[in-house]
Write a protein that binds this ligand. Structure first.
Ligand code: DGT
Ligand code: MG
Length: 363
C-alpha cells in the first residue's frame, strides 16, 4: 500500500523533489519495460533520450494505469512515450523493450558495464573490438596489445576479477554492520565524528549495490577538511577492512566540480568484512566514503541520499529559487553567499521545499 500522501495532486509536479516516491509503485511492470529502453539509451550515451525515460519512470502514478485519459496531465510524456504506454496498455509489453532485451549489443553492453570501472563509453569501445564475454575481457587485459596500459585499466581489471562478488546485493543488516565498522574506525582516529549511511539504504531499499557513508568531524571546517578521507582509508586498510581504493578525489581549492556532482573529499573503495563478523560471507563490497565539512554535513547527507532523479531535480529546483545546490553546499547565486543548514529539515527549508522523508525520495 502507498502512503496517503502519494495521492496528493503533487505527484504531477515537474520536480521529483516535490513528489512522494515510494520504493514500489503500482505500475511496476510498465516501469520495467521503460527501464530497458532507458538503459539502452544510456549504453549508447544518448543522454537526452535516456533522461526523458528516466523522468517518465520517476513519476509515481498512484494507481494502476488502465487508460490513457488517466495520465493525460502527467508531466514529461511526449508523443513517443505516450505511444509506448498505449502499446503497453493493450499488449502488456513494449515491442522496443522486447527487441532490445534479446539484442546482442544491448546485452553485451549491459554486462560489460556491470564491471566496476567500466562505463558505457569503454563498454562500446570493447564491444567494437569484437569482445563479447567476460572471458574475452580477461584475455584482452592479459594481452600485450591492449591499449588501456597497465595504469588506466587497473580499476576495471580488479572490477573484473571481483565482478561476481560485487554483483551480489548487500542486505540491510550487512549494510548496518559495515556502517558500525566504519564508525568504529572513525571514532578511533577522529573521536567525535558523525556518520550517516546514505544512498539507497537510507531510502529503504532492502538490498543495496554499494554502501555510501557521509561523515564529518566537529573540528573539520574549511581547510582543516584535508586528509580526513585518506586517514580513514589508511586506517581501514591497516585493519584489513579495505582492500582496494578504486577512485579518490581530493577537493581542490578553489573548488572545482569535475563530474558535476560535488567537490567533497571522497574515496570509492572495496570493503571486506572481517572473518570474525557474524555477517562474514567472504564477499567484497563497494564502499563509498565521503567527507563533508561540518557546515555542509546535512547538505551532503541530502545529496548522497538520492535518488539520482531526486538529486537532479533538487538542483533544478534550487536554480529556480536563485540558489545553487550540490552535496558540497547551498549558495545564493546573486552574491555567491553560502547558506548553511543545521539539520536535514533545514536543507529543505533553505531550499523553500516541503519536507520529504528519505523513504519517499525513490523517484
Ligand atoms: P545502489 O545502487 O543500491 O547503491 O543505489 P543508490 O541510490 O545508493 O545509488 P548510488 O550508490 O549510485 O548513489 C547514491 C546516491 O548518491 C545517488 O542516489 C545519487 C548520489 N550520488 C551518486 N554518485 C554521486 C557523486 O559522485 N557525488 C554526489 N554528490 N552524489 C552522488
Ligand atoms: Mg548506493
Amino acid at each position: 500500500t502507498l502512503p496517503d500522501l502519494v495521492y496528493e495532486p503533487r505527484y504531477k509536479s515537474r520536480f521529483a523533489c516535490e513528489r512522494y516516491s515510494p520504493l514500489i509503485c503500482p505500475n511496476q511492470d510498465l516501469v520495467k519495460e521503460l527501464h530497458i529502453i532507458k538503459l539502452a539509451r544510456e549504453m549508447e550515451s544518448e543522454e537526452r533520450s535516456a533522461l526523458s525515460y528516466s523522468r517518465a519512470i520517476s513519476v509515481t502514478f498512484p494507481e494502476k494505469i488502465k487508460s490513457m485519459s488517466q495520465i493525460s496531465d502527467i508531466p514529461y510524456l511526449g508523443d513517443k512515450l505516450t505511444g509506448m504506454i498505449q502499446e503497453f496498455l493493450s499488449k502488456s509489453t513494449i515491442s522496443q523493450a522486447r527487441q532490445l532485451s534479446s539484442d546482442t549489443r544491448y546485452q553485451t553492453l549491459i554486462s560489460f558495464t556491470s564491471v566496476y570501472g567500466i562505463g558505457p563509453h569503454t563498454a562500446r569501445h570493447l564491444y567494437d573490438l569484437g569482445l563479447r564475454t567476460f572471458d574475452d575481457l580477461s584475455r584482452y587485459l592479459g594481452s600485450d596489445d591492449n591499449a588501456e596500459g597497465s595504469g588506466g585499466s587497473f580499476a576495471w581489471r580488479e572490477g573484473l576479477r571481483l565482478r561476481d562478488e560485487l554483483s551480489v546485493k548487500i542486505p540491510r543488516a550487512e549494510v548496518e554492520e559495515m556502517g558500525r565498522l566504519v564508525d568504529r574506525a572513525l571514532q578511533d582516529i577522529l573521536p567525535g565524528s558523525e556518520s550517516t549511511i546514505c544512498g539507497g539504504y537510507r531510502r529503504g531499499k532492502l538490498e543495496s549495490n554499494d554502501v555510501d557513508i557521509v561523515f564529518t568531524h566537529p573540528q573539520g571546517q574549511g581547510n582543516k577538511a584535508n586528509n580526513m578521507v585518506a586517514r580513514l582509508v589508511e586506517r581501514m586498510r591497516k585493519d584489513g577492512l579495505i582492500t582496494h581504493t578504486m577512485r579518490e578525489s581530493r577537493s581542490l581549492r578553489p573548488a572545482t566540480n569535475h563530474d558535476g556532482w560535488d567537490t567533497l573529499d571522497k574515496s570509492l573503495t572495496i570493503f571486506n568484512l572481517p572473518k570474525t563478523s557474524p555477517y562474514y560471507k567472504g564477499i567484497h563490497r563497494r564502499l563509498d566514503l565521503i567527507y563533508a565539512p561540518r557546515e555542509v554535513y546535512w547538505t551532503a547527507v541530502v545529496g548522497w541520499t538520492g535518488s539520482t532523479m531526486f538529486e537532479r531535480d533538487l538542483r533544478l529546483w534550487a536554480k529556480q529559487k536563485g540558489l545553487k545546490f550540490d552535496s558540497s553546499g547551498i549558495t545564493r547565486r546573486r552574491d555567491t553567499k553560502a547558506l548553511y543548514a543545521t539539520s536535514e529539515r533545514d536543507v529543505f527549508k533553505l531550499l523553500e521545499l516541503e519536507w520529504i522523508e528519505p523513504r519517499l525520495r525513490n523517484a
